[in-house]
Design a protein around this ligand. Structure first.
Ligand SMILES: [Zn+2]
Length: 112
């Protein structure tokens, strides 16, 4: 897995933190950059499951384009909430598969 581009102390990620009820740390994908609030780049990169989760979101943005992704993401969130949002379900599942592949020493074969 290559290291994604990050922006630390992102004001937009900070807003997301507040919207999520003051979450201690938030990463959000905008374009092909992971915006962080409450975590340094080093802290983010030290958590492979978190990086894999955001890699799935980066791929979702590439698949849909940023505008469609954001619109559908907001619709999903309004309809079913954050946790059941299909983009979050897919990202959690992808990160889980990455951690399993990593435990088997096959992380290189993982596709977001
Ligand atoms: Zn997510």
């Amino acid at each position: 897995m290559n290291q994604p581009r990050t922006l630390v102390n992102s004001p937009l990620a900070r807003i997301a933190r507040l919207v999520l009820g003051g979450a201690p740390r938030v990463a959000m994908v905008l374009g092909q950059t992971v915006h962080l609030s409450g975590a340094t780049r080093a802290e983010f990169l030290a958590d492979p499951e978190w990086v894999a989760h955001e890699e799935v979101h980066l791929r979702q943005v590439r698949d849909l384009g940023l505008a469609r992704f954001l619109w559908q993401y907001l619709l999903e969130s309004a309809r079913v909430g954050y946790y059941q949002n299909k983009f979050e379900v897919e990202a959690r599942e992808g990160a889980r598969r990455f951690m399993e592949a990593r435990a088997r020493g096959q992380a290189e074969a993982w596709v977001a």
